[in-house]
Design a protein around this ligand. Structure first.
Ligand code: AQP
Length: 332
């Protein structure tokens, strides 16, 4: 069976983009793939994290996965730092990837901002660790949102270069799985920016733990333009905020954007937003409630992550041993 690896960073404010772009798709894929889902805490510390928050947020991501329907019995769920193979393989990949490749990564440029000299080395090498996460398990498919496409191309480049350099066929060339009506959910306050955990405006994102009132308020206050909704997707050209809300509606209702627009052709945003808000509450509030229930049982969540890590280590160990032998590390 083909294997999936995917992860979410425990950096707080888990939002609708993380849900629609990643976690919800994982639920759809389980059963068809051998799945490994990871709370990537080592990625999180590439930007400063308060240690207490990191523990809380690690549990919260695990709870979000389970509450969304990822089955911890059928799939492996664990946090990255419990499996040291990620760091070991990342070091080898630091020596395979080229500085020029990393210099082209747009996420580093965005996250480091103007103060690039002061960014952590970890933030710069982040894509190498991501390649290690995936290839440590010889995963063949990676479900992600649009924003991770460039990093996945780098993972493919690293796998190909490693195989070429050492004259082996060790790593698979991974395929991204980017699907659903909302592969790039945008900020509710600015349709040109992706919805993100680090946006200073709470109103820019719907979080997975927002209650019904918060969801309704954020949708009501979401930025729109003065025109009514168009009847076909072409009518969304040049209207990023309208396109975003229509995409969210389609994704949450498992319909196409064309279908949704067919229903709301010419409707004012006031009516559309009321219906979107009811839909979002119906889909997200039960997940939020279940997350809160799971978060109250930290022993259960922690036990599950530790058990998942043991299973992940069992898969990773022979692959890492094979890599070390190929590289020429004595004792492997
Ligand atoms: N806006 C989005 N739309 C669709 N998918 C998204 N993802 C993130 N934002 C969107 C997908 O969620 C998964 C986990 O992302 P992550 O937590 O590892 O990192 P991120 O992309 O850095 O998340 P944020 O929210 O954008 O955080 P900040 O603010 O720190 O930059 C990935 O599959 C990602 O594609």
């Amino acid at each position: 069976m083909n294997r999936i690896f995917s992860g979410v960073q425990p950096t707080g404010n888990l939002h609708l983009g993380n849900y629609l772009g990643a976690i919800r798709n994982w639920v759809a894929l389980q059963g068809d793939f051998d799945c490994i889902f990871c709370v990537v805490d080592m990625h999180a510390i590439t930007l400063w994290q308060d240690p207490k928050d990191l523990v809380h947020n690690t549990r919260e991501v695990a709870a979000a996965m389970i509450a969304s329907g990822v089955d911890p019995e059928r799939n492996i769920i664990f946090n990255q730092s419990q499996v040291s193979g990620h760091a070991e393989l990342a070091w080898i990949f630091n020596c395979v990837a080229r500085v020029g490749w990393l210099n082209r990564m747009t996420q580093f440029k965005e996250k480091a901002g103007k103060n690039r000299e002061n960014a952590s080395v970890g933030l710069y090498a982040y894509p190498n660790l991501m390649a290690a996460d995936i290839l440590l398990y010889k995963a063949t498919h990676v479900p992600v949102g649009e924003d991770q496409k460039q990093h996945l191309e780098l993972t493919r480049d690293i796998a190909i270069k490693f195989n070429n350099d050492f004259g082996v066929e060790l790593f698979p060339v991974v395929e991204p799985l980017i699907f659903g009506a909302a592969t790039r959910v945008m900020s509710l306050k600015d349709g040109s920016k992706k919805m993100s955990k680090s946006d200073p405006s709470e109103l820019s994102r719907i979080t997975m733990t927002d209650d019904a009132d918060a969801i309704a308020k954020k949708i009501r206050k979401a930025r729109t333009d003065p025109d009514p909704l168009p009847g076909i997707p072409d009518g969304l050209d040049g209207r990023p905020e309208a396109a975003n809300l229509a995409g969210i509606f389609a994704a949450l209702s498992d319909r196409t954007v064309a279908d949704v627009l067919g229903e709301y052709d010419g409707a004012p945003f006031s009516r559309f937003k009321t219906d979107l808000s009811d839909l979002a509450v119906a889909k997200l509030a039960p997940i939020g409630d279940e997350m809160r229930r799971l978060m109250a049982d930290t022993a259960y969540v922690d036990g599950l992550l530790t058990a998942g890590a043991a299973k992940a280590r069992d898969i990773a160990a022979p692959i890492l041993a094979e890599v070390k032998k190929v590289v020429g590390f004595l004792g492997a």
